[in-house]
Design a protein around this ligand. Structure first.
Ligand code: KIV
Ligand code: ZN
Length: 392
């Protein structure tokens, strides 16, 4: 199994304008637990008093059972202690501490040498390990770090007690081949002593592909967010990673514990609470993700869904119709929708209605069920036919 580490409430909240109140964060955490995520990264307790409270409330919510509750901490004693205090009430608390390892970050952001970074990681992971049993370490900007130095840092973290190594592609720079190769090096170096985790940003649109490459290399935790929200272009989208693994299990042979029927509901909740809109064409959860518009596609799907659907819309929690009636729709789709809304319709009626349906469809983007009912009523008026007689 691949563990799903959801960071909607930490990295996702870092999306510009995506902040949530503490009560909203708690509601999302509950929904994530219902969805079946393995780890909830609840926030960054040192960021503010409110954030500390929010992480504490989420930890208390899962004091007996539920997902691991993780808090993020910079590699400083103050951050780690604050984080430990916030997550302590959870049944399974985790501290996630990080330090940048690329020369760009060391020189221009942290202003420390590589040796100082090595010492800091060793000391801070040890400190976190004194506070909780489960410590995750991330070398920020791992994919732009010198490989030998990156491995030296990871060695320190593991020796100091980190049992999860998360390898962030912080700026979404890696390609799938590169990222997969890097993760393979880490997996092979530490074997089963450590869980290796993927954390991918989407600056080049590769976050999900990179995450899957990591799983292919042996990573057994994937960090992701609902709707892919996060810093800049966002993080790997949870719903996409989960459905890619499930739909293409034939390739990777792995799955997650996610109840996919809750994906759409969770997506809508996060959309509402963060006010970050989900694009209609967003994979898996966008409102058009399973909608068919052209006549050829509609006829195919009505004949056999597998012609144009690789997943079942119900399996991710969509309800209702997938056929969008518009100017490209054909008679097949019109008839199917009429039957779907309870109009007993035969080919003769469809043929009579079709020109008027097309004329209407040319004036609006979508022909609704109400529009169809009106069309049928007026056709009945025109022909003075009633009830079952219309079925001809
Ligand atoms: O992208 C990143 O590097 C992160 C952390 C894991 C530090 O979000
Ligand atoms: Zn990140």
């Amino acid at each position: 199994m691949v563990q799903v580490f959801d960071t909607t409430l930490r990295d996702g909240e870092q999306a510009p304008g995506g902040g949530m109140a503490g009560t909203a964060k708690l509601a999302v955490a509950r929904q994530l637990a219902r969805l079946g995520v393995d780890v909830v990264e609840a926030g960054f307790p040192s960021a503010s008093a409110a954030e500390f409270e929010a992480v504490g409330a989420i930890a208390a919510e899962f004091r007996e059972r539920g997902p691991v509750v993780c808090g993020m901490a910079r590699a400083t004693a103050a951050d780690i202690d604050r984080c430990a205090l916030a997550v302590t009430r959870a049944a399974r608390p985790r501290i996630h501490t990080f330090l940048a390892t690329s020369d760009i970050h060391l020189q221009h952001k942290l202003h420390i040498t590589r040796s100082e970074a090595l010492r800091t990681v060793a000391a801070m992971v040890r400190q976190a390990r004194r506070r909780v049993a489960e410590v995750q370490f991330s070398p920020e900007d791992a994919t732009r770090s010198a490989p030998a130095f990156l491995l030296a840092v990871l060695d320190e973290a593991v020796a100091a007690g980190a049992s999860i190594l998360n390898i962030p592609d912080t700026v979404g720079y890696a390609t799938p081949e590169e990222y997969g190769a890097l993760l393979l090096t880490v997996v092979e170096r530490y074997g089963s002593a450590v869980t290796v985790s993927a954390h991918c940003h989407d600056d080049l649109g590769l976050a999900v592909a990179n995450s899957l490459a990591a799983v292919g290399s042996g990573a057994r935790q994937v960090e992701c967010t609902i709707n892919g929200i996060g810093e800049r272009a966002g993080n790997a989208a949870l719903e996409e990673v989960v459905m890619a693994l499930r739909t293409r299990r034939d390739r990777l042979g792995l799955d997650t514990a996610i109840d996919a029927t809750g994906l759409v509901r969770t997506s809508r909740m996060v959309e509402r609470l963060t006010r970050i809109r989900v694009p209609p064409n967003k994979a898996v959860v966008g409102k058009n993700a399973f909608a068919h518009q052209s006549g050829i596609h509609q006829a195919g799907v009505l004949e056999h869904r597998a012609t144009y659907e690789i997943m079942r819309r119900e399996s991710v929690g969509f309800e209702g119709e997938s056929i969008v009636l518009g100017k490209l729709s054909g008679r097949h789709a019109l008839k199917a929708r009429l039957l779907g809304i309870g109009v007993p319709v035969g080919d003769a009626l469809v043929n009579r209605l079709f020109p008027r349906f097309k004329a209407l469809a040319n004036t609006k983007r979508r022909v609704s069920d109400t529009d169809l009912e009106r069309l049928v009523a007026s056709e009945r008026g025109l022909t003075s036919l009633e009830g079952g007689a219309n079925a001809r």
